[in-house]
Design a protein around this ligand. Structure first.
Ligand code: GYE
Length: 352
């Protein structure tokens, strides 16, 4: 007997846990969240559905086509690795295509998965708009689609089975709440600069929105500059350098939409003779080990966790779909907030 294709008991519990957590999360701010009717959707039955044996496990390995959006950050590398490892563990045949930030390349990858008649397609959409036609092609071919990591802006939400990924709006809210608390007694106008992620991507849109909605309660908090830095360290450094050159005085706060951009910004801040984490409060999102190391040095003040380890959930969902099971429309991994006070204790627990 070969090795088991799926660890149903462990994965089942995992999915259930995420589903419970996910359904309890704030629905605000994300396009897929806004429709209360969409709590459950029956998984479409693909034409290529594999027959099950008496144990309920598929007899042939599931073929999963995954369109990854790129390799811009440590988060992304951990996400890709998690999906590769989980596929291997679950006995899923993974066809992986890296689109290097091009939506057009993602369309090409999906079309090639359709031609190859994969069982399930998973996609991490680089930007939020423009997905309806290609998702319709997949639907017409009878291939179910899992959205991984980022959301899409579609009116027909039957075009995907489930969306497995973080609540980015909530992450922005957490960043804003940390700042409200950290600066509660700070006098005068608080000038904030923001390094945003990829233009048009759901994490950048929703993190920015959640943050703004939260700090709005303080009229003296002002976002004086905001610009996209594509979620990369190099761009983060370049854009922060520009902010520092253009601003008459250094800002008191940096909100970076991810750790890589924060790490780049730290270099720019130090090169300008300022102390990151002291002269400029830094709040970042993801929770990579490198960011935690900077937090232990007091150079980042808080990190809002965004979990890239989605592989086991995606494999579980693919298995459930192939068995015709109904999945929750939204699956959100558990995530925390870490501050500089907690960094030393937590740094060695980081998995990515
Ligand atoms: O925060 C960033 C990455 O989509 C959640 O993309 C992801 C974001 C993540 O490049 O580091």
């Amino acid at each position: 007997m070969g090795r088991r294709k799926f660890r149903y008991s462990a994965f089942g519990l995992l999915l259930l846990a995420f589903w419970i957590l996910g359904s309890g999360c704030s629905p605000a701010g994300s396009s897929v969240h806004d429709d209360p009717a969409l709590t459950e959707t029956p998984a479409p039955q693909p034409e290529t559905a594999q027959p099950s044996d008496e144990t309920g496990r598929p007899e042939k390995p599931i073929v999963l086509g995954f369109s990854q959006l790129g390799s811009e950050s440590d988060w992304r590398l951990a996400n890709t690795k998690s999906i590769q490892e989980a596929a291997q563990e679950a006995g899923v045949t993974l066809l992986l295509e890296n689109a290097e930030q091009s939506q057009e390349k993602q369309f090409q990858a999906i079309r090639s998965f359709i031609r190859q008649k994969v069982d399930v397609i998973a996609v991490a959409p680089v930007i939020q708009s423009g997905w309806e036609p290609i998702l319709k092609e997949a639907k017409q071919a009878g291939i179910p689609v899992i959205l991984s990591d980022r959301a899409v802006d579609v009116t027909d939400t039957s075009l995907y089975v489930t969306f497995i990924g973080s609540d980015f709006y909530e992450e922005g809210v957490k960043a804003g709440k940390y700042l409200l608390d950290k600066m509660r007694d700070a006098p005068g106008r608080i000038r904030i600069v923001e390094l945003a992620g990829t233009v048009g991507s759901s994490p950048s849109i929703d993190r920015g929105k959640g943050f703004r909605d939260t700090i709005r309660s303080r009229a003296d908090f002002a976002i004086v500059r905001s610009a996209p830095a594509d979620f990369t360290l190099e761009k983060g450094k370049a854009v922060m350098k520009e902010f520092l050159q253009k601003e008459p005085e250094p800002p008191q706060v940096l909100f970076a939409h991810n750790d890589d951009m924060a790490l780049g910004a730290i270099e720019a801040i130090e090169e300008a003779g300022l102390r990151p984490g002291k002269d400029i409060v830094i709040i970042s999102i993801d929770g990579t080990r490198s960011a935690f190391e900077k937090m232990t040095e007091g150079k980042i003040n808080a990190v809002i966790e965004c979990n890239p380890l989605l592989g086991p959930m995606i494999m579980q969902a693919a298995g459930e779909i192939m068995q015709g099971h109904t999945l929750p429309k939204r699956i959100v991994p558990p995530e925390s907030v870490f501050t500089e006070e907690m960094a030393a204790k937590e740094v060695n627990n980081r998995k990515y």
